[in-house]
Design a protein around this ligand. Sequence first.
Ligand SMILES: Nc1ncnc2c1ncn2[C@@H]1O[C@H](COP(=O)(O)OP(=O)(O)O)[C@@H](O)[C@H]1O
Ligand SMILES: N[C@@H](CCC(=O)OP(=O)(O)O)C(=O)O
Length: 386
Amino acid sequence: MSRKKKIVVKIGSSLLANSEELTLRYAFMSGLISDLAQLQKEGHDIILTSSGSVALGLNMIGKRPEDAGILDKQAAAACGQPLLMNAYRQIASEHNMDVAQMLVTVEDMEERRRFLNIKNTMMRLFENDIMPIINENDSVATRDLRVGDNDRLSAKVAQMVEADVLIILTSVEGLYDKDPSEPDAQFISEIEDVSEHLESTTSISALGSGGMLTKMQAANMAQNAGVETIIAEGIIERPISSVLKNERRYTRCLVTGETASPLKIWLSNRLQVAGTLVVSNQVAAAVVAGDCGIRRQDVISIQGDFVKGDVLHVYDESGAEVARGLTNFSSDETLLLARHIDMPVEDVIGYKTKSSIIGAENILVLEENHLPIDAPEEGQKLVVPR
Ligand SMILES: Nc1ncnc2c1ncn2[C@@H]1O[C@H](COP(=O)(O)OP(=O)(O)O)[C@@H](O)[C@H]1O
Ligand SMILES: N[C@@H](CCC(=O)OP(=O)(O)O)C(=O)O
């Protein structure tokens, strides 16, 4: 490998923990770290997104994976995370490698300033040759506000650091056209449009949380961000360098088309909705055609209690999501502005500022390859109350 690469590696619970005893698979971890340490010595920046805290913590709270509820899992994560990091730190030190822990929530990744702060921290760790090990902060994340699986978290991380490749290691060799337990399942070695494969995946392993579906969603997010994703089996010697040197089979999700700007990529890969705007079908068509912003007279209704800088999802009247963008106003201000379109902005909200709700420079038009989010049904506030 000649060029220095930024490589994001994701390790699933089924690789790190033994499914019966729920104990650490030390030999796997040791082989992985030895491989990563060598790649780091060759000059590559590596980020590890590691699952395993819940699986490794369950024994302490006396639960089996199949009986554990959400609170049990949150408590287990609090117990298992230090075990996981302790093992990583100890093994990494045997390879003269430094590691650091970063626990994040979906809110951290989807609030622009926190996102940039995490990115800056990671860049500083790279400058010091320290490998960040990332996991979702399961003990604090609420049911509604969690990524829920580290596949999509790793895609967000790959997008954040503008990685060259995202490698998801798991318990199977890659994607099959159907559940690999079925005898006629065919292996798929290369995927151009990931969104075509979202349906082929159902079952998950005993400890996994999203199965192949969340891996495909992650690959879709990475693909939109211009990052190639590789899904490969983990229990193998030199699990990462054997992929990079093309020594075995795996599924490669190619990057196709042009890559958008980092802001637009960040807008495309979202899991939560801060607020929504509904616009007429005519306005929606204009937004799709021309990358124009949303003016206050365009707004038919709003949902959610959002603040300036939040991401709004824009729907047409039939409920199809057409665009996403950063709002210049809070929900209260947006409603007031839309209800008083004949008054100057500063007379309505008390200070002078831009007049568009979402500026054209801060809007992303959704294309077919972007995964849409279903419009929330509750709490719609109409601009012209009925
Ligand atoms: N179409 C498919 N191709 C490959 N694996 C699949 C497919 N459908 C379901 N699976 C299952 O997904 C599992 C991997 O996902 P998961 O258990 O969540 O792993 P991890 O813990 O690594 O995230 C495999 O055990 C496999 O049986
Ligand atoms: N944050 C959780 C991981 C959840 C998860 O994505 O698990 P997996 O599907 O095994 O990668 C944990 O550390 O246990």
